[in-house]
Design a protein around this ligand. Sequence first.
Ligand code: GTP
Length: 648
Amino acid sequence: MLECWRRACLNVFVGHQPLLYKQFSTSACRYALPKTAIRMEEYPCDVIRNFSIIAHIDHGKSTLADRLLEFTGTIDKKEKGNQQVLDKLKVERERGITVKAQTASMIYPYKGTKYLFNLIDTPGHVDFAWEVSRSLAACQGALLLVDATQGVQAQSISVFHIAKERGLTIIPVLNKIDMPAADPERVAAQIQSTFGIDPNDVLQISAKTGKGVDKVLEAILTRISPPKANEDDPLKAFLFDSSYDRYRGVISLLSIQGGVLRKGDKIASCHTRKKYEVTELGIMYPEEVPTTSLRPGQVGYIACNMKESSEAHIGDTLHRVGSAVEPMPGFKPAKAMVYAGVYPVDSNDFVKLEESIKRLTLTDRSVEVMRESSTALGQGCRLGFLGTLHMDVFRQRLEDEYNANVIITAPTVPFKVVYKDNKTVIISNPVDFPDTVDSSGRVKEVQEPVVSATIIVPEEYLGEMMDLCYTHRAEEMDHRYLDTSGTSARVILTCILPLSEVVTNFFDKLKSRSSGFASFDYEDAGYRPSKLSKMIFLLNGKPVDALALIIHRSAEQEVGRAWVKKLHKVIPRQLFEVPIQAAVGKRIIARETLSAMRADVTAGLYGGHYERKLKHLVNQKESKKRMKKFGNVDLPQEAFYDILSTKS
Ligand SMILES: Nc1nc2c(ncn2[C@@H]2O[C@H](COP(=O)(O)OP(=O)(O)OP(=O)(O)O)[C@@H](O)[C@H]2O)c(=O)[nH]1
């Protein structure tokens, strides 16, 4: 009954046809809608606080976000259940990670005044650092959350610096103080030595039990300054995120820097110069709740008949038609760190797959898409991702949200080939890499992307970590102590690592060799010359393009052998013998032979004459010879799925 009431209420409130209920049904109805319409004019700049929660992965951002929504009465604890409100995607709930920054507004009554808090939750994993910097652009302050059991970790440092560079007020918060292993004094001392923050300014909370969360709300109010914006200024709205709704088109998230935005307003983009009319606007409470206006300093969403997601340029400034404004500085575009080919398992499904990818990239704007084709796998797309977790999350979203069944080729980083005439080409598909770099004579050098890596680890694992980094071709290794108090000192290890080493199983090794204690972060550090080779795999003498790899020369033998073994395990036996070879240029690096499947041609011959059996076996041998000569290896698309999804 309650559900029906909400359903009706939502449709009336939003003012759309009942059909629209579908798109809200999964999330919006879990929470109470505000009893009375929110009047945005009651919230001038001085009662607004725009903030974000930044932290290392799993330090409790989403849990704290939920608790803040509960404490301010924005959501009802009972209705919410155990699920995290701002982790809306299935993949986020299954994996317990945030991959998409979310925005939520809440109203906080304090000493007789109502304040409007706008929270922007951010993802913690290094792959999604782009989302973090984007979210921070709409804020004046950030809660820096540090797990009181784990202390300062690699991403705590990187997100602190991003927030500092943007000039945000940082409120340090120690979380998980309810846990027996929590050591708040020690971690507060670490925060002091790493960030120069006075331990007296550090709040201590348990986002899980709610202890100390009231102090966080108070600190947001008293320590973070309100946004500076003026109602009388010309309309200036900063577009910091967008999503796609199949009925209303692009939904943009805006931070209003000046003027007032209302439904029906005619607006234009500084970036594309295209004009739109605002058809709907409102705040995220925590789902979309329409309002009559968005005013200076406020953060909210708009729909304005934008059809293509590419029109919503992240970092764009929107203004009123006829009153141009100075655009705000935008963002550095997201940079793809790894590329992979994505193909349908059934090659007839390409059109459907391409459409699904297109739709998914409307909500995940950081993915680069190009068409490509492969002789082995048919038509597909080459996609650029921010990292391998991002790639995996995208694949899972394709499967979850679009029912796609895909094969993803081995990830490769973008290599640079510098030719002797100084022409430089970025190669994101191993197939396009020059075969023989030395003898072709045209190539001056090849370069690979490198990252500046930071590892934080207890002192006793320092040797293990150094060894791991060296085996992954680390350069410029250095270390210093983060803290020396307590039982175990912790060390920050920094080095330059090739990105191609990081995107394989470096992270898994790091975790296992440090018993899970090491944390890792990295940032782009440009390109460096490298000795790289293109490795191809031959089945029965024929190269299989979808399996080509670019690897460092020192790893040729190891990788060649491992892949050949893997292929041997996965490729179905044929009626003839199949040599499986790994080759670099003309050199064969490794070989395995897939023995022929011997069909028992004599099976039906019970008893009988020996010569009769022999005749059948001779015939079979002849026919196998023909197949070997004319036939090709019969490799079903599913075999690629197995090959590419099995770890060597
Ligand atoms: N005991 C205890 N557990 C907590 C507390 N806060 C969070 N957790 C748990 O820590 C885990 C990670 O919490 P999340 O809120 O998902 O962490 P997150 O920082 O949002 O994670 P990402 O978005 O993936 O970076 C979950 O299992 C939470 O239940 C706390 O105060 N006490």
